[in-house]
Write a protein that binds this ligand. Structure first.
Ligand code: ZN
Ligand code: ZN
Length: 203
């Protein structure tokens, strides 16, 4: 009997690998992750990471992404997801649309060849994707709720609250809960950079 390569066990008993090197549970979790990872990756990049928008076909910036305070945690989860999928970092010039389309193609490809993959021991390198996709969905649900940001209020230095856009493409709002100051969208990037620099200086 072959046991699940991820080391799964039920009450201390190793679980049988029924799908190549994976047990039934890990196999269906992996399929779920491959189906959900592209959207999760897009979301992590779209809303929580500030970067210039580039056209899919070229490098001509047309407009800025909705500015959001840089979120190191969201950044890292996305990078780790991509690492699990490819062993590489997400190319810096990719915007969230590019990340989505590349991830979609890749996950679909892996999904189509899953039967082969699960019969190779390397499938274990892909397994972190399950936990990371869950983590991404849990911490950064696609249906967003207002949440505190790392960006201090420029007026009073209290915590600011991120208000998700009401509709796709709508404006993000970051507002101070103490004094009510709202960071103007065009200043968001400036303050985010400032906060980043200050944070780095304290590390
Ligand atoms: Zn398993
Ligand atoms: Zn304030």
């Amino acid at each position: 009997m072959k046991y699940c390569v991820t080391g799964c066990n039920i009450r201390g008993e190793a679980v049988e690998a029924n799908n190549g090197y994976l047990c039934n549970n890990c196999y269906s979790n992996l399929r779920w992750a491959l189906q959900n990872a592209p959207e999760a990756l897009q979301h992590l990049r779209e809303v929580y990471v500030m970067r210039p928008a580039l056209e899919l076909n070229g490098s001509k910036p047309i407009k800025r992404d909705p500015p959001a305070p840089f979120n190191l945690d969201a950044w890292q989860i996305a990078e780790e997801m991509w690492q699990a999928l490819t062993g590489k970092y997400i190319p810096l010039e990719w915007n969230y649309m590019r990340v989505y389309s590349e991830a979609f193609d890749l996950c679909q490809h892996i999904h189509q060849h899953l039967e082969d993959l699960v019969n190779r021991k390397e499938v274990i390198y892909l397994m972190p994707l399950v936990k990371l996709t869950r983590l991404a969905q849990y911490r950064y649900p696609v249906a967003e709720k207002p949440r505190p940001t790392l960006l201090p209020c420029p007026e009073c230095n209290q915590r600011t609250i991120y208000q998700p856009p009401a509709e796709f493409g709508g404006t993000l709002e970051v507002k101070c809960q103490a004094c009510g100051f709202t960071i103007p969208p065009e200043k968001m990037e400036f303050y985010a950079h400032l906060a980043e620099r200050e944070r780095d200086a304290h590390l």
